[in-house]
Design a protein around this ligand. Structure first.
Ligand code: FAD
Length: 391
């Protein structure tokens, strides 16, 4: 049987970020293995995501996580260069624009106060100010908007994932193309992974980074996790009329849109009653026809005449408890660590979460940024993180 010090189940952006930061951590000199069932990454959340980052959260820990995320993306060459070559992230700092109805303005203002306390560069705009800045925007039904004025934007998720992976490997991390099918325990310790190939891997610590399949992996160790796969669809369209300086717009009903390499991408999360647990990737055009396009056409008249080009579906690892990350050790099985339940914001959280879990493993505590608000054990304690801005 092979042996490793830290075994990471899942080599998507989260597993690869943990692997990179741990390998780069001077206090750690153990062996790190990442087990990934699909090295093409064709169906993982990371590859299929909308690739965006924002400061505009209501929970302080999420704002602080994004501050490191923006710093990391803007300085990625300092972290992830291999042989002088940095990942080409195509990071566009185009900003998020959260729009609110007159009734929703109070929430926008409360969030703004929290964001400013954490030095996030955001500005509240009245309908008249919105119109002046974005003349192509319909503002008649709005009470206001909140605009990210620096840092927020979008980038290539695949390039970030491969940047973490390439650098992790350059630092000595082993990637195994295999599927974890069982986790062995001896009392309150996990001791080994069993793999589809028949191989077994003895390990000192296990990190669950299995994305939408995280609850299945936790169950292999006899542990529970309130994370389920939920489908989200991204639609791509062309628009001939110019919409200059278009940020990532979030409408009051949750419909989002942003520019993407000469096209636009858009989507919406379905209501809870129509949001089943599923691992299928079939695209349903009903949401585009019934909700997304009518909302966009009313908000931006230029979007009345658009051409749908294509669409894809991916999975949120949806935290049914409070829709935020669940991090760190199980309270009883202390060498099983979670990095799960990111819902719609795991890509942008990967730098801070990778760094944080690496500190937990190597140093026994968070050092750079305290992520303990997001501890796995808050679920058992019924201590929900209140985050109103989940898209
Ligand atoms: C449509 C959509 C839009 C999104 N938009 C954004 C956004 O704009 N910004 C943002 O920050 N986030 C966004 N997200 C969320 C983000 O993509 C995820 O939170 C993030 O990618 C999670 O990364 P992960 O590594 O946990 O999961 P994944 O990328 O799914 O990686 C998990 C890996 O684990 C592997 N695995 C699973 N089980 C096993 C096993 N038993 N053995 C071995 N390997 C296994 C899988 O093959 C997979 O590669 C979006 C998601 C979707 C679906």
């Amino acid at each position: 049987m092979e042996t490793t010090d830290v075994a990471i189940v899942g080599g998507g952006v989260i597993g690869s970020a943990v692997a990179y930061f741990l390998a780069a951590q001077p206090a750690f000199d153990g062996a790190i293995s990442v087990v990934e069932r699909d090295p093409t990454y064709s169906a993982c959340s990371t590859t299929l995501s909308a690739g965006s980052i924002r400061y505009q959260y209501s929970a302080p820990v999420n704002i602080e996580i994004s501050k490191f995320g923006v710093h990391f993306l803007a300085n990625v060459a300092d972290y992830l260069s291999v042989d002088g070559e940095a990942p080409a992230l195509d990071f566009v700092q185009g900003g998020y624009l959260f729009l609110a109805s007159p009734e929703g303005v109070a929430i926008l203002e409360a969030n703004h106060a929290v964001q400013r306390r954490h030095d996030a560069p955001v500005a509240l705009l009245s309908p008249a100010e919105l119109k002046e800045r974005f003349p192509w925007l319909e503002v008649g039904d709005l009470g206001g908007g909140s605009l990210g004025t620096a840092g927020e934007g979008w980038f290539d998720p695949h390039a970030l994932l491969h940047g973490f992976r390439r650098k992790a490997r350059a630092l000595g991390v082993t990637y195994l193309a295999d599927e974890v099918t069982g986790i062995e325990r001896s009392g309150n310790r996990v001791t080994a992974l069993a793999m589809r190939s028949g191989a077994r891997l003895a390990c000192g610590t296990v990190v669950n980074a299995a994305g939408p399949r995280a609850a299945t992996v936790a169950a292999m160790a006899g542990l529970e996790l309130p994370v389920r796969p939920r489908k989200r669809i991204v639609y791509v369209f062309d628009c001939r009329a110019p919409v200059p300086d278009c940020p990532l717009i979030i409408n009051p009903n949750g419909v989002y849109v942003r520019p993407e390499s000469g096209h636009y991408i858009c989507g919406v999360s379905p209501p809870a009653a129509e949001d089943p647990d599923t691992l299928d990737l079939e695209v349903d055009y009903r949401w585009f026809d019934d909700v997304v396009w009518p909302t966009l056409a009313a908000r931006v008249p230029a979007f009345e005449a658009i051409k749908l080009v294509r669409a894809w579906a991916g999975h949120y690892a949806y935290n049914t408890f409070d829709r935020n990350a669940l991090l760190g050790p199980h309270p009883e099985v202390a060498n099983f660590l979670f990095a799960n339940g990111f819902t719609g914001h795991g890509l942008q959280q990967s730098p801070a979460v990778g760094r944080g879990l690496a500190e937990l493993i190597a140093l026994g505590a968070y050092r750079s940024l305290d992520l303990s608000d997001l501890a796995y054990e808050r679920w058992g304690a019924g201590r929900a993180v209140r985050e109103v801005n989940v898209v």
